[in-house]
Structure formats: C-alpha cells, structure tokens
Design a protein around this ligand. Structure first.
Ligand code: KG4
Ligand code: ZN
Length: 385
C-alpha cells in the first residue's frame, strides 16, 4: 500500500510517498521538504502570513517532486499510482494548514483517492516506525529492535509542544501531561532570541553548549519533582535575561537600561577584534546552562513515567529530539541511573525529527482513519484525540 502524504502545518512544505515494509515498519520512497525558515531567521521568528504565502508557492512543486522521486509517473490529470492521500489537519498555523488541507481535499476529489487526515503530533511519534535503512537513527542511538513495542511512552518535544503520552496500542492512548506555558523548542528559540541567535535557535544552542561550562549557571528546573507529568519552561528565558542583565551592567560599569545585547555575547559566530577572536565563553556558558536545565527535566519526567507504567519502549520525537546531547542523555540515564533494563529507546533519524511528510504518511498507515473529503477541515487547536 502506497500513501502520498502532505505536511504544511508551519513553515515547512513537505510531500512524501511511503509504503509498508515486510517487517511491519514504513519505507520512505521519497520525502521532499521545502522550508521558508531562512525568511523567518531574518525576522527572529515565524510570521504566519509569510509562512502561508510560501506554502502556496511550494505546495504543487513539492508534491510533483515527491511523486517523481518515488518513480511514480504523473501525467496531467491522470491519478498517480498511490492508494491513499494523507494530510496534516492540525495543530498548526491556520493559514499554513489551510493551504495543505484544501489542496489535498481537491486532489482527493479529482483523483478519487481516499483521504486520511493526520494529527501532526501523532506524525512526530510515528516517525519512530520508519525503518528505511538510510532514514534510521543508528543502533548506537536507538538500540537493536526494529519496531517500538507497546506499551510505550512517547515524548513529543517540538517548537509548539511538549507532551508525554502513554500508548498501550495504536488506538489506546492516554495523554499524561504537557507544558503549562512554553514548549521546549520555544524555550530554545526564546533564549536564542535573547542571545542574538537566529531562529530556530535549537541546533546552534546545542553546538555552543558543547564548549560551555556546566557549573557557571544553574537555571531553574520547574516541576522537576512534581508528581504530575506537566512541564514549564517559560521561566528559563527570564532567568537567562536576569543573568545577561548582570553581565551587561557589570560591563557597563553600573549603568541600567534594557541590556539584552551584551558585547561579545551576540557575536556568537565568533567575532574578530584586531584579528583575534573575541571571548565566546559567556554565550557558551549560557547555552550550556539552558540546555542542561531543559534536558534534565525532559529526561527525568519521561523516565519516571516509563518506570511508573512499566513500558517496553520510550519514543522521542519532534524537532528538539534532533538534539544529540538530549539523545545521549536519555540513553545514558535509562540504563545507568534508572536501571530500566527491559525498555528500549527509539529516536527517529535527525531529519525525521523536524517537520516532514514521511512521518505523516507513517501515522496515516497505522491509524487508517479514512474520511470523506467533505468532512476534513483544518483544526489549528487540535490536540491528542
Ligand atoms: O517539530 P518541529 O520541526 O516543528 C514544530 O512542530 O514545532 O520543531 C522545531 C523546533 C524549534 O523550536 C527548534 O529550535 C527545535 O525544534 N530544534 C532543536 C534542535 N533542532 C530543532 N532544539 C534543540 N536542539 C536541536 N538540535
Ligand atoms: Zn512539528
């Protein structure tokens, strides 16, 4: 069974062709992603109107390229040889979602193909069922088992979400908790903005943190010991701002103001003064402090849930799961600190953590909720159903 999947929830326009593999996983025949991220980097964050306009520009070329790369001939109005169409119908930015939803509904009508609407959050989780050898995280990162086993705990950590979900099967799903304010990715991006790092700041903060001193800053870890599986990351940016202010005030010799720009701090690419690279330590230390706080909370809460529910698999997913230090921390803590021996960690390949249509195709395959096109509507507020 072949599925043509389309994802347009935010600033990526993506189309993919996927099929089921004999092992029960999902093989990706093509996965094309066009992004308007560079435009948003210039403005320090996503401007929904700009994202939606770019979805319109990219959507048809991206779908055609995905079919072409999957070697599926596509002539004029003749329907391509796929069995179903899948699409993200929420959550996300309404303008971006509408472009994908209305395009795919039209294709479903014209080609007379079944339509499977997919919740973007499940898409992230189901990236863990993709088994194409070129698109799999290596064994060092995800262990030997081919496919996740139920019951499992899934952590979704993206720019818009931080959620813990217990899945006893593909259909028995319990939401355990989520963020009360900012998502983990949002915390990376907001701190990045404060430090002069362009959107999306996650990958750059990860890189800069590697050279930071773990002892310089100990930022708050809210709700760490709270029994509920909720998260809170909005205090991080305020805590960082306070430290940045201290540093700036010192450097300015006691002056006040709104010091979010620190000399030697914002030039994170490594500025050169008289041919000598300036001191990058402050920003490295900030990044290290922030990342350590985020990772400790995510790892501790997820592993506590894994212990409580005695799960067989832990699945990481969403853009923040592309973070190598986070992946390492999970692997390390699972066996050494928590001694959860019969549970295996799953992580998607890094390029399947951030938004893509292959994960939407994978989720469509397992959840199989075919819906008449007349009944499909974009839902920006969709949550775990
Ligand atoms: O899943 P995603 O592509 O989009 C949403 O559905 O939100 O996630 C994007 C988020 C951004 O906040 C970005 O900063 C974060 O994922 N991200 C990372 C890394 N790569 C992307 N955060 C930390 N470390 C990374 N390597
Ligand atoms: Zn996403």
């Amino acid at each position: 069974m072949k599925i043509l999947a389309i994802e347009t929830s935010c600033d990526e326009t993506s189309a993919a062709v996927v099929e089921s593999s004999p092992t029960g996983g999902i093989t990706v025949l093509s996965n094309v992603v066009a992004s308007s991220m560079d435009l948003h980097a210039k403005t320090g964050g996503i401007i929904p109107e700009v994202a939606a306009r770019n979805q319109i520009t990219y959507i048809i070329p991206v779908i055609m390229e995905a079919l072409q790369k999957a070697n599926i001939p596509f002539y004029g109005k003749t329907p391509p040889a796929v069995d179903s169409l899948a699409l993200t119908y929420g959550p996300g930015l309404i303008g971006s979602l509408l472009v994908g939803v209305e395009t795919v509904k039209t294709l479903s009508y014209v080609w007379d193909k079944p339509l499977i609407p997919v919740n973007h959050l499940f898409g992230h989780i189901y990236a863990n069922w993709i088994t194409s050898s070129s698109l799999r995280a290596n064994e060092h990162e995800r262990g030997k088992l081919e496919l996740p086993q139920f019951p499992l705990i899934a952590l979704v950590v993206s720019g818009g979400h931080t959620d813990l979900v217990l899945m006893k099967s593909h259909t028995e799903i319990t939401w355990l908790g989520g963020t009360r304010d900012d998502a983990a990715g949002e915390a990376y991006d907001k701190v990045g903005r404060l430090l002069g790092i362009p959107y999306p700041a996650g990958p750059k903060i990860e890189q800069l943190a590697k050279e930071g001193n773990p002892k310089t800053y100990h930022f708050p870890r809210p709700l760490l010991y709270d029994k509920a599986y909720d998260f809170s990351f909005s205090g991080l940016k305020t805590a960082v701002l306070r430290e940045v202010e201290k540093l700036t005030i010192d450097k300015r010799g006691g002056t006040t103001g709104t010091p979010v720009r620190v000399p030697g701090l914002n030039e994170y690419e490594g500025s050169h003064r008289n041919g000598v690279r300036s001191d990058r330590t402050p920003i490295n230390n900030f990044c290290r402090g922030v990342q350590d706080a985020i990772i400790e909370v995510l790892v501790t809460k997820t592993l506590r849930a894994a212990e409580e529910f005695g799960v067989k698999s832990i699945l990481l997913s969403g853009g923040v799961a592309a973070n190598g230090t986070l992946r390492e921390a999970f692997k390390e803590m699972l066996h050494t600190k928590y001694h959860i021996l019969n549970t295996q960690l799953f992580v998607p390949a890094k390029n399947l953590c951030t938004d893509n249509a292959a994960m939407i195709g994978a989720a469509a395959f397992f959840r199989q909720q075919e819906t008449p096109w007349q009944d499909v509507a974009a839902n920006p507020e969709l949550y775990f159903d």
